[in-house]
Write a protein that binds this ligand. Structure first.
Ligand code: AMP
Ligand code: ZN
Length: 465
């Protein structure tokens, strides 16, 4: 298994801390609004990574946080609290907003066949852990109090920014270009670990702490939640590229200062989904969601296929035109698979060969496009029908495209329904005329197209294979 590591900026052989086991952490959603399909691209790619690891035989433990406090409208420590903004928008409490959008997020994940992580932990569950980490950082001299907040002191580190070769001044541009400098900070990259006397007097959620009533900064939650469930050394940490700075950079700074040793070995970053006007973001107003795609008649799995056709380390541009092409590809693929007939014994050794080929293809830095190519190779191969079905089922563990799931006829299947019913009527006539060869030929013709017909007492019924 090979994986690109943002820390070294190289594709590396993946070697976990413990042989056969992988600890994996995913930055979860900020639950103040629906996830847009850009966010979901990141979660699809992380899901694929987890499944490739499992497919390759690793035992994976995956943890995800839910950001329900502390994420401000800028990724640095400025602007309004995103949760509070959501609550004000909808005249609800912050916790109502968090519950509603957490549920909505997991519903979207289910529609996209994104597996539920082994552990999901909301930030508001872990306040004592955050306070403990901040206390230790203060004791060790990596943090200071100023203006009644607690800050991380980046000047105490040998190396602060580890992901890229940009210099720190360049990094800050864009993160806070329209915001005045916080005069409490000793160094401009310092960040808040705990807010007490904040400028956000109306902050809804506040907790007692040794530094007064307040709330945690955003970055501390991922360090604490991952350590709580995965221990002091972690294999893979994931997120979208926008999380590299300042979020992941600050996570590394505070975690390694707290632990006194290296924390996470591999950093996996998914590039953005853009729309034709640029990066997709929730603050732009109207944004693309899974429900919106469904309301336009798209199966959410078509969006999953759309995401899998490209590499996670390349930006991807969304357009309805490309989504339509993907929908047509998906339909053809499903029909082709539905027409495969199970025809007896399966040679397990051959299935294993195809399994290993797929593991190698997708295991090369999550090359899902190569995985799809291999799926077409299976369809074109001279494998028996039963063997093909077995291999497709195996691949679909990673791809999760419902490749073997029978379709239920829906409203948009009018054309198909008319066609099948026409054929059923033709077959009934053939039977009436005692032309059984013709009747059987019609049944076979339908089976070729993945349509199974059954003669029942209530008449002829049909379904997709
Ligand atoms: P958020 O809910 O804003 O905390 O973001 C959830 C995840 O989506 C994070 O891992 C982000 O890095 C990622 N993300 C944000 N915008 C995009 C985008 N346009 N395309 C892909 N991933 C994104
Ligand atoms: Zn995070």
């Amino acid at each position: 298994m090979k994986i690109y590591n943002s820390l070294t900026r190289n594709v590396e052989e993946f070697v976990p801390n413990e042989p056969g086991r992988v600890s994996m952490y995913t930055c979860g959603p900020t639950v103040y609004h629906f996830a847009h399909i850009g966010n979901l691209r990141t979660y699809i790619c992380e899901d694929v990574l987890e499944k490739i690891l499992r497919f390759s035989g690793y035992d994976v433990k995956r943890v995800m946080n839910i950001t329900d406090v502390g994420h401000l409208s800028s990724d640095a420590d400025t602007g309004e609290d995103k949760m509070l903004k959501g609550a004000q928008r909808e005249h609800k409490t912050v916790m109502e907003i968090a519950k509603f959008y957490t549920d909505a997020f997991f519903q979207d994940c289910e529609k996209l066949n994104i597996k539920m992580p082994d552990v999901v932990e909301p930030a508001t569950n872990c306040i004592p852990e955050f306070i403990h980490m901040v206390e230790v950082l203060l004791e060790k001299g990596f943090a200071y109090k100023a203006g009644e907040n607690v800050y991380f002191d980046t000047s105490k580190l040998n190396e602060y920014y580890v992901f890229g070769n940009q210099n720190e001044d360049e990094l800050m541009v864009g993160v806070r270009d329209d915001v005045s400098e916080d005069s409490n900070k000793r160094n401009k990259n310092d960040f808040v670990l705990w807010f007490t006397k904040s400028k956000f007097e109306d902050q809804a959620l506040k907790w007692e702490s040794p530094w007064g009533v307040g709330y945690p900064g955003w970055h501390i939650e991922c360090s604490c939640i991952s350590m709580k469930h995965l221990g002091e050394k972690m294999d893979i940490h994931c997120g979208g590229v926008d999380n590299m700075f300042p979020h992941h950079t600050n996570e590394i700074a505070q975690s390694e200062a707290y632990l006194g040793h290296k924390w996470c070995n591999y950093w996996f970053h998914v590039h953005h989904l853009n729309d034709e006007t640029g990066k997709m973001s929730k603050s732009k107003g109207e944004f693309l969601t899974v429900s919106l795609l469904e309301s336009k008649g798209y199966d959410p799995i078509v969006y999953r296929l759309f995401a899998l056709q490209s590499h996670y380390r390349k930006p991807l541009t969304f357009s309805y035109e490309t989504l339509d092409q993907t929908a047509a590809t998906y339909k053809k693929l499903k029909n082709r698979i539905a027409s495969i007939k199970a025809d007896g014994e399966v040679d397990e050794a051959v299935v294993k060969e195809w399994h290993d080929k797929f593991a190698e293809a997708v295991g090369n830095d999550c090359n899902t496009a190569m995985g799809l190519t291999l799926l077409y190779d299976v369809l074109k191969s001279d494998l028996s029908g039963s063997a093909k079905l077995k291999v497709i089922e195996d691949y679909d563990y990673v791809l999760s495209l419902n490749l073997l799931k029978a379709e239920e006829a829906g409203e948009d299947d009018d054309e198909l329904t008319a066609y099948v019913e026409g054929k059923i009527a033709e077959r009934a006539q053939a039977k009436k005329d005692k032309d059984f060869a013709r009747a059987d030929a019609i049944r076979d013709e339908l089976a070729e197209k993945g349509i199974i017909i059954e003669d029942t007492r209530e008449g002829v019924k049909w379904k997709r294979a």
